[in-house]
Ligand binder design. Structure first.
Ligand SMILES: [Zn+2]
Length: 441
């Protein structure tokens, strides 16, 4: 064989090898993805019940290819690479279609499976490994929101899209960001929210009421649709941001990051990222201006509302997917305080303090053991709901001295350990409503 021909054959063969070599997920990204999946598996359900039932489908966007993992129904334009034991998933790939900086969650390729579409950490705004992993959990929380039955239909029923079919209305809804009185009230409300979260226990009820009064004033400045839009954003994005913080915080406990993850060049501890996230929420809450940040304000504001609800109504997460799209609903009991004459308010406040949540369940060892405080709080929430069902104070006062509320509680045959708290609350409640009646005769 002529030497020239031989060189050509070798060259062609070499090209063939290069061309035929399938792509693979870069090592660093694979370690980061695995960390996010482990974190979700080990901590997820302790933060949000049944979170693991939501698919954690991810499309990783790299310069040449996109890799799809944990997706139950990849569309036909993906090629299967095989099973990855570290990611515990089949891996698929295709030529890149999304920008390298992409970071969002939505049903991919009309499959109706909510998929996290994310660039490599360095190409996204989060930049490094640990914040990228925590952000992936933010996106995974959106998958839990989307996995609720009728999720998309219920969001549509808000009637805020005004004909837009792309979902872009969620970003560019015409909220009155430019109205001066709305800006000022948002700033005041944000400051009072920060005060309420940071207030000492004995001042909390007062601070929460001040905050709620400002919240109502803010609502009164908006049209019903504008309020619905911001409430939806606090509910959706604010609580996703709250979830980032809580996941990072919970990962500082017994959770052990993998050795490969800790060995990454840009590794930061979860404790470090939890602190940075918490500080970031408050810094934005106090400093951000509605006129400048516009929709961006919803992240820190909604996250802060989650933090306040943790201390005022620790059962709120159980209602999150029941009373949707407005965190304001979870303040029902505090709101009821406003119905009562001020002389009696202090007694309600005392009752609340009595039942106030104490940090009795340690972050890492959930399911939380029920405590006197948390049971009491649950009952208070229920009481709040009961009173909420009745529109007037008259109905709460009950002409015959017996209420629907007591009857229902009696019938419920609460477990022994709950009974004494319920009866204590009922006593206080009827003592209070009795004295209101007396004072108004
Ligand atoms: Zn989000």
């Amino acid at each position: 064989m002529k030497p020239k021909l031989l060189i050509w054959i070798i060259l062609l063969w070499y090209c063939h090898i290069i061309y035929a070599q399938p792509p693979s997920i870069p090592t660093t990204d694979r370690i980061r993805l695995a960390e996010a999946f482990t974190l979700a598996e080990q901590i997820g359900n302790r933060l949000w019940p049944n979170w693991s039932k939501a698919p954690f489908a991810v499309l990783l966007v790299t310069p040449d290819y996109e890799f799809l993992v944990r997706h139950p129904k990849p569309s036909a334009n993906f090629v299967r690479l095989g099973y990855d034991t570290l990611l515990k998933s089949d891996v698929y790939y295709r030529k890149r279609t999304f920008p390298l900086t992409f970071l969002a969650t939505f049903p991919l390729d009309n499959t109706m499976i909510s998929t996290v579409v994310v660039g490599q950490a360095e190409n996204t705004w989060v930049k490094s490994s640990t914040p990228w992993v925590v952000t992936l959990l933010h996106e995974h929380f959106h998958q839990l929101q989307d996995a609720q039955s009728n999720a998309f239909a219920e969001v549509n029923a808000l009637n805020l899209s005004h004909g837009d079919q792309t979902g872009m209305w969620m970003l560019n809804y015409a909220f009155p960001y430019d109205r001066k009185e709305v800006q000022d009230q948002f700033a005041l409300m944000s400051r009072l929210l920060a005060d309420a979260i940071n207030s000492p226990k004995d001042e909390r009820a007062k601070k929460v009421r001040e905050y709620l009064a400002a919240r109502r004033n803010f609502q009164s400045l908006l049209s019903p649709d504008d309020y619905k839009y911001f409430s939806f954003q606090f509910w959706k994005e604010g609580i996703a941001r709250y979830t980032e913080y809580q996941i990072a915080r919970m990962a500082t406990g017994k959770y052990q990051p993998s050795r490969d993850f800790v060995a990454l060049k840009d590794y930061r501890s979860f404790a470090d990222v939890a602190k940075a996230t918490y500080d970031g929420i408050f810094k934005q809450l106090v400093n951000q201006k509605l006129a400048e940040s516009k929709r961006e304000v919803v992240y820190s504001f909604g996250a802060a509302e989650g933090l306040l609800l943790d201390v005022t109504n620790p059962g709120w997460k159980k209602r999150y997917f029941v009373d949707k799209f407005d965190l304001g609903k979870f303040y029902a009991f505090y709101t009821k305080l406003e119905l009562y004459p001020s002389a009696h308010c202090c007694r309600f406040v005392r009752l609340l303090n009595l039942c106030e949540f104490e940090e009795t369940f340690e972050s890492d060892d959930l399911d939380p053991p029920y405590t006197k405080q948390s049971i009491a709080n649950e009952q208070l929430l229920r009481l709040g709901e009961e009173t909420n069902e009745h529109t007037s104070l008259d109905h709460i006062r009950f002409a015959d001295g017996r209420s629907d509320f007591t009857r229902r509680i009696d019938l419920e045959r609460l477990r022994n350990r709950q009974r004494f708290i319920v009866s204590a609350i009922s006593e206080h409640f009827f003592e209070l409503t009795g004295s209101i009646e007396a004072s108004q005769r």
